[in-house]
Design a protein. Structure first.
Length: 102
C-alpha cells in the first residue's frame, strides 16, 4: 500500500495542491481571472462595448491556453471562473456593438 508509506502533502497552498510551484500556470490563471473580471464589469456599460468585447476575447483565448497547460484542480477551477466571466463579457459586448467601431 503505497499511500501508507508516502504521506499526502498538505493542501495549504492556494495555487498548487501538489506541493510544487507552477509559475506559468498561476500567471495564466491570474490573467484569465483579471481579464474575465474586467470583461464582466464593463459589459454592463453599453458605451464600453468595444473594450468589453476585446478584453473578453483575449480572456477566452488566454483561459483556453491556461486550461490546456493547467496541472492542478485549483488552477482549472479558477481558470473556468475567469473563462466564464470573460465569455459573458465577450458575448454581451458583441451584442452591444462588437469588436469594431463602424
Amino acid at each position: 500500500m503505497a499511500q501508507v508509506t508516502h504521506p499526502k502533502a498538505s493542501g495549504g497552498s492556494l495555487f498548487a495542491s501538489d506541493g510544487r510551484p507552477h509559475p506559468l500556470q498561476d500567471g495564466l490563471m491570474a490573467a484569465t481571472l483579471i481579464l474575465g473580471l474586467v470583461a464582466f464589469v464593463t459589459c454592463w456599460f453599453h458605451s464600453l462595448s468595444l473594450l468589453t468585447s476585446w478584453v473578453g476575447l483575449v480572456g477566452i483565448l488566454v483561459g483556453a491556453y491556461a486550461q490546456y497547460v493547467s496541472v492542478t484542480t485549483r488552477e482549472r477551477f479558477l481558470t473556468i471562473l475567469g473563462l466564464g466571466a470573460a465569455a459573458i463579457g465577450f458575448f454581451l459586448g458583441m451584442a452591444h456593438g462588437g469588436l469594431f467601431v463602424l
